[in-house]
Write a protein of this length. Structure first.
Length: 294
């Protein structure tokens, strides 16, 4: 009897698994726009720049982000994600957004505890990026900040997001990044991502089409890098790519080359950027432990 009681208690205390139907509904809603042309004709617009191991985000201006207390509907994604694979833009995922006020906790989201949320602190990010850009700071205060004030007058300038991948992800359907993307973009078997490190994937992503630009240029604008620093980073990236190209013939060789390439490129970037510039880039997203609890 004691054993039965313990089993029942364990079942109650264990987090509930995400219902497959929720994932299926979300993926089905995204697949309506498997063709980027269809998404654009329906009004979806790109924002920001493409990100390594994520792709390019698109949003629908007529679809407002959720706020605290509103239930998540898997069939109504806030964003669609596309990445260039085989020379064309391919749907790789969706995202769901909540706008949070100061002190508000992460949303319940999908059933269970498998969804992985990250938070963009828009106010902190804007303050860092516009620190020495007075005109940009004025524009952000005039046009960006009001967008995050609700009809009730409350500023909800923390954007909580969760991804739902429509392609296989070795780290699960809700992981913030998808390491398999780097392999897909190079025409390598996605199985090679299994057991490989994130650094290996980030290194391999540099060799994808426009990989160096994706890794460097958006951050360069955020950090307000000089032309000389950008040239130095692009030169280091090209060297990393040249190092990897002849070493992509096997899983072990490709992953080792990816890790070495990322280590070399990261070392150059660490030397080239000032602490203030690194802080600006880091302020894009808050994903540390204990940031916000459910």
């Amino acid at each position: 009897m004691r054993v039965v009681f313990l089993l029942l208690a364990a079942l109650i205390l264990l987090p509930a698994p995400v219902r497959a139907s929720e994932i299926d509904r979300g993926r089905a809603a995204a697949q309506i726009y498997a063709d980027l042309g269809d998404a654009r004709r329906a009004g979806w617009k790109r924002f920001g720049g493409p990100a390594s191991l994520m792709g390019q985000h698109y949003f629908l201006p007529t679809r407002a982000d959720l706020v605290n207390g509103q239930p998540l509907d898997p069939a109504r994604p806030s964003n669609l994600l596309y990445a260039k694979i085989g020379g064309r833009e391919v749907l790789v995922g969706a995202a769901y957004n909540y706008r949070l006020a100061a002190g508000e906790m992460l949303p319940a989201g999908f059933a269970g505890a498998r969804d992985v949320w990250h938070v963009h602190d828009v106010a902190r990010f804007t303050a860092n990026v516009t620190l020495d850009r007075p005109l940009l700071r004025w524009a952000a205060a005039r046009f960006v900040a009001p967008e995050f004030v609700g009809p009730d007058g409350v500023a909800r300038d923390r954007l909580a997001m969760v991804h739902l991948w429509t392609i296989p992800n070795p780290d699960g359907p809700f992981a913030s990044h998808n390491r398999a993307l780097a392999y897909l973009q190079l025409g390598l078997p996605t199985e090679w991502a299994l057991g490989a490190s994130k650094d290996a994937a980030r290194g391999l992503a540099l060799a994808a089409e426009d990989g160096c630009a994706v890794e460097i240029d958006t951050d360069a604008w955020i950090a307000n890098l000089s032309r000389a620093t950008k040239r130095r980073l692009h030169s280091a990236c090209r060297q990393a790519v040249d190092f990897m190209r002849p070493r992509l013939g096997s899983k072990s060789s490709a992953n080792a080359a990816g890790e070495a390439a990322w280590t070399g490129f990261s070392r150059v970037r660490d030397e080239a950027l000032t602490p203030a510039q690194k802080l600006r880039i880091a302020s894009i997203v808050d994903d540390g432990p204990g940031l916000l609890c459910r």
